[in-house]
Design a protein around this ligand. Structure first.
Ligand SMILES: Nc1ncnc2c1ncn2[C@@H]1O[C@H](COP(=O)(O)OP(=O)(O)O)[C@@H](O)[C@H]1O
Ligand code: SF4
Ligand SMILES: [Mg+2]
Length: 341
């Protein structure tokens, strides 16, 4: 299913993942409604590779990652990390697996305890998970500081004494402390200045090369995704609508939504055909609360047909390694169209 020739079995295998939230409806006696945040998501990540999840805000990227890491409950599906099914684990065996999946969040300031010194911020997961002796933990912290480009004397400072970029380095050191099998980067540079973004992205790439790290990399920014990922999955209202290798997705997108996303960043790929379809979509995605039947993009899709509103398009191989969920995958779109009303 993964387009990348894998160096072994996948590190992460996600199948039919579903997450719903109960949300209050208007009216005192109304029953809570179901918000379909993640609705049947499947993907693999091969060892040492990066899968990007891209999509607009609210499409379910973070919820997918949180559920795959067992930080919020899934309603259904299967998640295997290095062959171990995570969704059914409980108690001590779940605790043992916690060290194997770690997060790097968007805002390192709110995710780092402001009262701990930097060395304790990085060391805390080792203490909590009971990894190594006290002396081994201290030397691991020094090694991590070096690895992420922080100086030894910064170990005793507090998070607020660091710049935004340095704080994110601290967040990265903390995430790597337990030598996780999977690192989930959730918008790791979205809160940083553009110049600092490049430094952090390059650091993440260097660390991946040196330590063979496997990343699930979430971003709404196609430029960042293009810089970081081997494989890209596009999400729209809780579902993956297209997945392919980076080169393939950026040069030969097949789903109308992916085409629209790409045409909103004209410089995303200089090698892309300059006559590539330019698609302007307007309006908002449908509400994730009791979403409509059929294709969720139908209300904004310039080439929607009757079938799209009744029959859900399934994510299927259009060509080996290029999956798309669209009844008209690859059909041309008339230039400068606006969606039907
Ligand atoms: N704890 C929650 N309770 C209710 N709804 C939530 C919660 N977390 C996320 N959602 C909703 O789930 C959907 C997906 O959100 P999210 O995964 O955060 O999207 P993304 O990361 O792509 O921006 C959104 O409609 C969001 O409002
Ligand atoms: S299934 Fe239909 S509505 Fe959905 S993206 Fe394809 S053509 Fe558009
Ligand atoms: Mg998010």
């Amino acid at each position: 299913m993964n387009a990348t020739p894998a160096a072994g079995p996948p590190v992460l295998e996600v199948r039919d993942l579903e997450v719903r939230f109960s949300v209050k409806r208007e009216g005192l006696l109304a029953k809570p409604a179901q918000l379909y945040a993640v609705d049947g998501v499947s993907f693999d990540i091969a060892p040492g590779r990066t899968l990007g999840l891209v999509g607009e805000s609210g499409s379910g990227k973070s919820t997918t990652a949180l559920a795959a890491a067992r930080l919020i409950p899934a309603r259904g599906g299967r998640v295997e990390l290095d062959g171990i099914e995570l969704l059914s684990l409980e108690g001590e065996s779940l605790r043992q697996q916690r060290r194997n999946v770690q997060f790097i969040f968007q805002d390192p300031y709110s995710s780092l305890n402001p009262r701990l010194r930097a060395r304790d911020v990085v060391r805390e997961p080792l203490d909590r998970l009971g990894i190594g002796s006290p002396a081994e933990r201290a030397s691991r912290v020094s090694e991590l500081f070096r690895d992420v480009g922080l100086r030894p004397e910064q170990e005793r400072l507090f998070p607020h004494q660091f710049s935004g970029g340095q704080r994110q380095r601290l967040g990265i050191a903390r995430a790597l402390a337990s030598r996780p099998k999977l690192v989930i980067c959730d918008e790791p540079v979205s809160a940083l200045d553009v110049a600092v973004q490049a430094q952090i992205l390059n650091l993440l790439r260097r660390l991946q090369r040196e330590h063979g790290l496997t990343y699930l990399f979430i971003s709404h920014d196609l430029g960042v995704i293009q810089h970081m990922c081997n494989e890209v999955a596009v999400m729209y209202t809780g579902r993956i609508v297209e997945q392919a290798s980076r080169v393939r997705l950026f040069t030969r997108p097949l789903h109308p939504y992916t085409k629209a996303l790409l045409s909103s960043v004209p410089s995303a790929d200089p090698s892309r055909d300059s006559r590539a379809e330019r698609i302007l979509i307007t309006g908002d995605p449908p509400s994730p609360i009791d979403p409509p039947a059929g294709c969720r993009f139908a209300s904004r899709c310039p080439i929607a047909v009757e079938r799209c509103r009744s029959e859900t398009p399934l994510l299927a191989d259009h060509e080996p390694g290029h999956r798309v969920a669209c009844h008209r995958a690859g059909d041309p779109i008339a230039v400068a169209t606006s969606p039907p009303h």
